[in-house]
Design a protein. Structure first.
Length: 395
C-alpha cells in the first residue's frame, strides 16, 4: 500500500512539471519525467521504493531487450548505481546463452551490441565476460556465414555504436573495421537523405535514420560523412509528421543530442520534446501510442531520450559514449584520422563501481595500488614523526 501511495505522489509531482506551453522541456522537467519512469517500473514490478530499480523482477530479465535498455538509461541518467543483483543475473545469462559455438547464429547481431553497452554500464569489460568476447563476436568475429547485414542496416549501425562505446581498439585484421562499416552506412543513404532497415528499398524510416545518426555522430565533421549527416538531419526535420509512436520520437531526440543539437533550441525540431512527453501517463510510464497503456519498452526508450537531453545540457558525453572525461570538441578531419583516433582502448575506463567478484580494470588497479602506496608512505612518515616527538619528550 505504501508503495502505491508513494508512486502516486511522485507521479503527481512529475505531472506538475509538465511544460505549460508547447515550447521546451527544461532540464528539471526532464529529470522529473525520468524519475517518474523509475517509479512506474518499481510499482509495476513490485520493487520497494528504497530498493534498487535493477533488482527483483527487473533483474530476473537481465540480458533481455527492454530490461537492458532500462538498465542503460537508469545508469547513464545517474538514477541508479546499485547494479549488483542485475549484474549477477546478466552475467549468468551471458554464460548460458552467449558462450557456445551456436550463439552467433542463434542470436541477432544487435543482441551482442546491446550486451556490450549493458556490460559497460554494469562495470564489466565486455571483451571478457567469462571468456566470452561480446564485442568481437558481435562485430568482427562473426565470419562470412553470419554477416552484420543479415539483420539489415541495424546490424551495421549498432556494431559501430558498440565499437565506439569505449573507443575500442580493434585487431589489425578486423573485418569489418570502423571505416568499412561507416562506408556501408553512408552508401546506404536514400535519395531523400534518410535510411531504411532493408538497404535499397528506398523507403526511409525515421527510426533507422535516427539510429544511423547516432552511429555516425562521432564522425559528423569528417569530410566523407558530413554531407550524409546533414541530409539525414534534414530528412528527420521534414518527416516529423510521420512520427506516430514514443520510441521513434525518443530515437530522434537521442540522435540530435548525440550530434550536440538541443531539439528545444533548433527551430526545425520545435515541439519535439513536447511530443515525447505527450506519451507520458499518470502512472509515470510512457506508452507506445498516445493514450495507450504504459510499456517497459516505450518507457526505457523515453528514459534514454531524457537522459540524452540531460547529458547534453550538462556538457557530458552522449548516452552511448562511455569513455572517461569530458567530450572532445568536434573538428574538421578525415575519416582515416578519426577512425585511427578512436582505435585506442582495450578496456573500459576505470570505475569504482564494478560488481562484486568482477575484476577492476588495470587502470583502476593501478589507481588503487597508488593510493595504497601513498597511504603506506604517509603512515611511515607519521610513525617516524611520532617516534621523534616521544624521544624529545623523554630527553
Amino acid at each position: 500500500m505504501m508503495l502505491k501511495i508513494s508512486a502516486v505522489l511522485l507521479t503527481a509531482a512529475v505531472m506538475m512539471c509538465t511544460p505549460i506551453s508547447a515550447s521546451a522541456l527544461d532540464t528539471k522537467q526532464a529529470e522529473g519525467y525520468a524519475r517518474g519512469i523509475v517509479t512506474y517500473e518499481k510499482h509495476k514490478n513490485g520493487i520497494p521504493e528504497g530498493d534498487s530499480l535493477l533488482s527483483g523482477r527487473i533483474a530476473e530479465d537481465a540480458g533481455y531487450d527492454s530490461s537492458d535498455w532500462l538498465a542503460i538509461g537508469a545508469v547513464r541518467s545517474g538514477l541508479e548505481k546499485d547494479t549488483s543483483e542485475y549484474f549477477s543475473v546478466w552475467k549468468n545469462r551471458i554464460e548460458e546463452e552467449y558462450s557456445d559455438d551456436t550463439a552467433i547464429d542463434r542470436l541477432n547481431a544487435t543482441d551482442w551490441h546491446r550486451a556490450v553497452l549493458t556490460g559497460i554500464c554494469l562495470g564489466a569489460n565486455p571483451n571478457d565476460i567469462s571468456d566470452v568476447d561480446l564485442l568481437g563476436r558481435g562485430t568482427y568475429l562473426r565470419g562470412e556465414g553470419r554477416p552484420l547485414d543479415a539483420q539489415g542496416l541495424n546490424g551495421e549501425i549498432w556494431a559501430l555504436i558498440a565499437m565506439d562505446s569505449c573507443d575500442w581498439k580493434l585487431p589489425e585484421n578486423a573485418k569489418p573495421d570502423r571505416a568499412e562499416i561507416i562506408h556501408t552506412i553512408i552508401n546506404s543513404r536514400n535519395s531523400d537523405g534518410g535510411f531504411s532497415l532493408t538497404v535499397g528499398d528506398g523507403r526511409s524510416d525515421p527510426d533507422i535514420t535516427a539510429m544511423a545518426l547516432q552511429a555516425l555522430s562521432p564522425y559528423r565533421c569528417c569530410e566523407e560523412t558530413e554531407d550524409t549527416v546533414a541530409r539525414a538531419v534534414d530528412y528527420l526535420a521534414e518527416s516529423q509528421s510521420d512520427n506516430d509512436n514514443c520510441e521513434t520520437t525518443a530515437q530522434i531526440i537521442c540522435a540530435l543530442c548525440c550530434l550536440d543539437i538541443d531539439p528545444d533550441e533548433d527551430s526545425r525540431f520545435a515541439g519535439l520534446t513536447d511530443e515525447l512527453i505527450s506519451y507520458a501517463n499518470d502512472d509515470g510510464g510512457f506508452a507506445h501510442n498516445k493514450g495507450g497503456e504504459s510499456s517497459e519498452l516505450a518507457s526505457s526508450q523515453a528514459l534514454i531520450a531524457l537522459c540524452s537531453i540531460q547529458r547534453l545540457r550538462a556538457g557530458e558525453r552522449s548516452v552511448y559514449d562511455m569513455n572517461g572525461g569530458l567530450p572532445e570538441k568536434p573538428r574538421k578531419t578525415t575519416l582515416a584520422e578519426m577512425t585511427a583516433a578512436k582505435n585506442r582502448n582495450t578496456e573500459p575506463p576505470a570505475s569504482g563501481n564494478a560488481p562484486e567478484g568482477m575484476p577492476k580494470s588495470k587502470k583502476m588497479l593501478i589507481a588503487v595500488s597508488g593510493s595504497i602506496i601513498v597511504f603506506a608512505a604517509a603512515a611511515v612518515v607519521g610513525g617516524v614523526m611520532m617516534r621523534r616527538r616521544k624521544e624529545k619528550e623523554n630527553e
